[in-house]
Structure formats: C-alpha cells, structure tokens
Design a protein around this ligand. Structure first.
Ligand code: ROI
Length: 161
C-alpha cells in the first residue's frame, strides 16, 4: 500500500462541480477511509493559451493499485467526464495528474513521478500543503519550504459547493 497525491484541475462546464464529481470517483480507489480532498482554489491559467480560469484541488489517499493501473483509473475518470483535449495546454473539463506515488521516482513512457511541474505551480503546492503540511518530497525538500505567501496570493480560495 502507498499514499498517493493527485492534482485535479478543470476550467470548462462548471469546473468546481467537475472537481467534486472527480473527487467522488477518486474516493472509490482509496483504501479504508484514507481519502482526503483539499479546498478548491480559483487560479489564473498557466501557459500562453487564452482560456477561462481554472479550479484546482489536490487529493490524497492510500491505494494498492500499481502506478500504471492507477494512471489508467485516472484517465478513465477523465474520459468519463467528457475530457477532450483539443489543444496542448488548452482548456479541459478535467485534468488528473499523479503528483506523488509514495516516495518513488518513476520514469516510464506514459508516466513521470514526481510530476515534473509540481514544484513551480502555486495551484498544486498550496492545496497540497493544506492536506499534507508536513510532507517531504522524494527529492528531500520539505513542502513547507516551497509554499510562500506570494504563491498563496496567486490563488482565490473558493467556498465549498
Ligand atoms: N493552469 C492552471 N491555473 N491550472 C491548471 O490546472 C492548469 N493545467 C494545465 C495548464 C494548461 C498548464 N495550465 C493550468 O494543464
């Protein structure tokens, strides 16, 4: 069994509802009552594509699924919520990124863990900190050393729906 962290992002078709629906689906992958979901945040889109603001959150749970089976399960949830990817870095109804799989480093054609961009993204680090303030990343960095007030200021905390 490992503890995994998954980033959720959506910016189309009632994004906060997309996140809550995805969280329910993710919870079915969790062992016991291990499932946790951060608050949702509104964030300005990263990248050059003009698109609506995102809603982002992070989930954490224990699972006995191996990495690629977990990835398949995440992609099935994305597809079930009507994900179509028209543009690389473009808008989407739901994006689920596997951030961390225990303390493992994984490099496969389909999957790189830890997620390559996570240490630079306020919309990942801040909700991750909400649910795991004491987390040490596999590279040895303490999450608390990465989460600054200026990162928090980039996000708008949303009320629960
Ligand atoms: N920007 C924000 N704010 N949130 C995301 O989840 C997100 N996801 C992406 C890109 C297009 C990189 N930008 C994003 O995939």
């Amino acid at each position: 069994m490992v503890t995994v962290f998954v980033a959720l992002g959506a910016n189309l078709q009632q994004p906060q509802q997309q996140i809550m629906q995805a969280a329910q689906a993710l919870a079915t992958l969790a062992e016991g009552d291990s499932f946790k979901l951060s608050p949702c945040y509104r964030s300005v889109p990263m990248g050059d594509v003009e698109q609506p603001d995102y809603v982002n959150a992070v989930a954490c749970f224990d699972t006995s699924l191996p990495p690629l089976e977990l990835l398949d399960a995440l992609q099935a949830i994305e597809n079930n919520q009507g994900r179509v990817r028209i543009l690389h870095w473009g808008p989407r109804t739901l994006d689920l990124d596997l951030l961390l799989y225990g303390q493992q480093h994984i490099k496969l054609p389909r999957l790189t863990v830890p997620h390559y961009g996570m240490k630079l993204r306020s919309f990942v680090l801040v909700p991750l900190f909400d649910i795991a303030p004491k987390l040490i990343l596999p590279c040895g960095t303490a999450l608390t050393d990465l989460v600054t007030q200026s990162l928090r200021d980039e996000l708008q905390l949303l009320s629960p729906q």
